[in-house]
Design a protein around this ligand. Structure first.
Ligand code: NAI
Length: 377
């Protein structure tokens, strides 16, 4: 692991989730921007002092020189460091698991996706919400035509935690997220709008045709948007509406997806992730429960407990790690991956996310908010 040291947010989620199925062991790390603190943290995590590195460059040199180097490296650092770290890892022959957004700039995302493709290295991107079993279930059922042709997609990711200027009060996570050089051009849209955009495209299978956007910055002195409204036109005629907000008081983590088709609809809410709401045309509202016997193999492969025993965020994150392990193993063994290793978020999905943010900011900054087609869809 690179990043995710003392006081970091997502690194610990990666450590917990990667261990859940016994497919990964954390054996080396450069956890912190401060090399000494990073080494101390690694040792406190129980790592071999010889594999407790001060920098990612040391990690690459140290692991490349070993007979038993790490199989993959998870990048859990602020956005602007993803590209140099991932590039150096891929060039040294390592597989990569990278946090979203893939990079802070579009140029970096284009270069990284090309490098991943040409090198043949595995690059997984941790779009968390595509780890939930009922999100897969919705994807499978929509692909089967259960709600007919998709007409409109409503996706939202509201958060409340940045409703006050906490970046000025020493909040580590908010500080770099409000710095365009460290975060990238999109504030709420880059941080969480990318999750919503991926979720909508993943579940519906739709590809974007164009978008127009309205960005706002409500907290005084903030350099980036903290609220975004985006209108989406998908190829084939479907429409969408995406809302991301860091100032939506009352929302802890309110990811919500609603897909309306010609024959029915699906609704899913991440704070109630064990239920998928299905409504057929002229029929009754039905609750599809995670773990039910009649679900798809895609959902079953991502389910550990029977219905009634709630699974949630950590399990969804673990499903990404389970899938990455299966995909990497299958490729090394020259076979097709099993269902847990299919339909994973990869480098091209990461590029699509960064291209989406670029198009949103371009549209919002232009005077007439033009419809724009992202460079990757
Ligand atoms: P954070 O600020 O809490 O942690 C960043 C960590 O990276 C710190 O330990 C810092 O010392 C370390 N670091 C920075 N530069 C480094 C370098 N050059 N070498 C080694 N370590 C370095 O940030 P947070 O909130 O954990 O976010 C990290 C990444 O994860 C971001 O890209 C963010 O967008 C993403 N994220 C994804 C989530 C998801 O749902 N998938 C949720 C939260 C964050």
């Amino acid at each position: 692991m690179v990043g995710g040291g003392q006081g970091a947010y997502i690194g610990n989620i990666h450590r917990l989730a990667s261990r859940l199925d016994g497919q990964w062991q954390l054996v080396a790390g450069a956890f912190d921007v401060d090399p000494a603190r990073g080494r101390d943290f690694a040792i406190a995590q129980g790592l071999d002092p010889a594999r407790s590195y001060g920098t990612y460059q040391e990690l690459i040199a140290g692991e490349a020189a070993r007979e038993d180097p790490v199989d993959a490296v998870a990048i859990c650092t602020p956005n602007f460091t993803h590209y140099p770290i991932a590039k150096a890892l891929i060039e040294a022959g390592f597989e990569v698991i990278c946090e979203k957004p893939l990079t802070a700039t579009l140029a970096d995302a284009v270069a990284l996706e090309a490098l991943a493709r040409e090198s043949g290295r595995f690059v997984g991107v941790t779009y968390t919400y595509s780890g939930y079993p009922l999100v897969h279930e919705a994807r499978v059922r929509i692909a089967r035509g259960e709600i007919g042709d998709v007409r409109t997609v409503q996706v939202e990711y509201p958060l409340e935690w940045m409703s006050a200027p906490i970046e000025k009060a020493g909040n580590q996570q908010a500080a770099w997220r409000t710095d365009p050089l460290k975060n990238g051009r999109g504030g709420s849209i880059g941080d969480i709008g990318t999750h919503a955009y991926h979720l909508a495209g993943f579940v519906t299978g739709l590809k974007l045709e164009s978008l127009t956007a309205d960005l706002a910055t409500f907290v005084e002195g903030r350099a980036l948007d903290d609220n975004a409204h985006v209108l989406l036109r998908y190829q084939g005629g479907a429409r969408g509406l995406l809302w991301s907000s860091q100032v939506a008081i009352g929302n802890s983590n309110g990811v919500r997806l609603r897909v309306f088709g010609s024959k029915g609809s699906f609704q899913w809410y991440q704070e109630q992730p064990n239920e998928l709401i299905y409504t057929p045309l002229d029929g009754r509202v039905q609750v599809i429960k995670r773990g039910s016997a009649d679900l798809s193999e895609d959902a079953a492969a991502r389910t550990r407990t029977p219905p009634g025993h709630p699974e949630g965020y950590l399990e969804a994150f673990a499903n990404l790690y389970l899938g990455f392990a299966e995909a990497i193993r299958a490729r090394r063994e020259g076979r097709e991956p099993g269902p847990a290793g299919r339909n994973l978020p990869l480098a091209y999905d990461g590029l699509k996310g960064v291209a989406f943010v670029e198009a949103v900011v371009d549209s919002a900054e232009a005077e007439d908010q033009p419809w724009i087609t992202p460079v990757a869809v």
